[in-house]
Ligand binder design. Structure first.
Ligand SMILES: NC(=O)c1ccc[n+]([C@@H]2O[C@H](COP(=O)([O-])OP(=O)(O)OC[C@H]3O[C@@H](n4cnc5c(N)ncnc54)[C@H](O)[C@@H]3O)[C@@H](O)[C@H]2O)c1
Ligand SMILES: O=C(O)[C@@H]1CCCCN1
Length: 343
């Protein structure tokens, strides 16, 4: 049996057939979990399959049906010595038979640090037997599912005639957002701003299409129809006075209650959407410190219970949800089994 190049036969415990209860359990790994690492996750995960599954999952989450999704607010453990946090993100999707936990460490790295700002690992478990089925790289999953959800917010909330996309930040999330936004939409102009021109120019070299490097945030965002903020700033970097009325902002950074990416003017003027109300009220400094009202979750719009105010300035405040990782990891695992000709 082909076991995938990521594990050798010797790593695998015996594949055994068990007669348990009334269910014949096949391919229960009596041995160690499958390890699916970065390169293989990159090969197995595609936006065209992932994005519709994420949109469905956002709707399931917002219905608050415990048979669909159980997703407590992320547990966050401060790593004070390293200016970081450990986030633990369990999710159970009973109807879909998916049990997943992501462990993610994220840090306030000093400028010029070459250490990663985010490191994530995803575990997929069998909800009936409790064994760990797979351990996966969480970097690719986090990068792709976060960008795909931002793209879903743009699909729902951005004006259809949008022509200019601006990306603030030039790191891992900036690249994944560039990739999915250019796959899902066609913009006449794409702009990027980063703290240093050098890193912005490095970003331009890493993408396939033309991108304008802007010297200031104001230059980058004035006239933009869609703005993606993917910085690690902790004070506002995007100011409402620069944002064109009717623009859509996908705000991905500032995921701590005392961190900001957006100023009060923008938060007060915009119609604010988020992924999880509970998560936003626990973790979003942009919402908590500005006192802005959360109009709806993205899932409420998907379920048709709240309108999409495309004609107004909109902010999607993204904090990241375990259900996004669960859906992504299950898709990776299903693709891996298909490739290994496993049932
Ligand atoms: N919402 C979610 O689901 C989710 C998921 C993953 C990461 N994030 C957050 O998204 C942000 C970007 O993540 P990433 O993996 O791309 O990080 P990264 O370190 O790869 O890139 C961060 C970018 O921000 C810039 N930057 C750093 N400090 C800054 C500052 N003080 N002001 C302005 N720009 C600054 C860096 O130059 C870089 O271009 C982080 O805040 C991260 O916590 C959110
Ligand atoms: O949901 C996530 O994966 C990210 C990790 C970094 C902090 C914000 N949330």
């Amino acid at each position: 049996m082909h076991l995938g190049h990521s594990v050798s036969d010797s790593n695998f415990g015996p594949i055994i057939k068990l007669q348990l209860h009334t269910r014949t359990a096949e391919v229960i790994m009596a041995g160690p979990p499958v390890i699916i690492w970065r390169n293989e996750v990159e090969q197995l995960l595609q936006y065209r399959e992932l994005t519709p599954r994420l949109e469905e999952a956002l709707g399931k989450f917002s219905r608050r049906d415990s048979a669909e999704v159980i997703q407590p607010v992320r547990t966050t453990v401060p790593l004070q010595k390293h200016s970081g946090f450990l986030g633990v993100m369990p999710t159970y999707m009973e109807n879909d038979g998916v049990l997943c936990t992501k462990f993610v460490c994220f840090y306030k790295r000093e400028e010029g640090s070459t250490l990663p700002a985010t490191k994530a690992t995803v575990m997929l478990l069998d909800p009936e037997y409790g064994n760990v089925k797979a351990v996966m790289d969480g970097e690719v999953i986090t990068g792709m599912r976060t960008a795909a959800v931002s793209a879903i917010s743009a699909k729902l909330l951005m004006r259809p005639e949008a022509e200019v996309l601006t990306i603030l930040g030039s790191g891992l999330q900036a690249l994944s957002h560039y990739n999915v936004f250019t796959e899902m939409f066609s913009f006449k102009e794409i702009r990027v701003w980063s703290r240093t021109r050098q890193s912005a120019e490095g970003f331009c070299r890493s993408v396939s299409g033309p991108v304008t490097v802007c010297a200031s945030v104001e230059e980058a965002v004035r006239g933009a129809d869609a703005i993606v903020t993917v910085t690690r700033c902790t004070e506002p970097v995007l100011f409402g006075q620069w944002v064109k009325p009717g623009a859509h902002v996908a705000a991905v950074g500032a995921c701590r209650p005392n961190w900001r990416e957006l100023d009060d003017v923008l938060m007060k003027e915009a119609v604010v959407y988020t992924d999880s109300r509970e998560g936003a009220m626990a973790e979003s400094g942009d919402i908590i410190l500005s006192g802005a009202e959360v109009f709806a979750e993205l899932g409420d719009v998907i379920n048709g219970v709240k309108p999409a105010h495309r004609d107004k300035t909109t902010v999607f405040k993204s904090l990241g949800m375990g259900v996004e990782d669960a859906v992504s990891a299950q898709l990776v695992f299903d693709q891996w089994k298909a490739k290994a000709s496993l049932p």
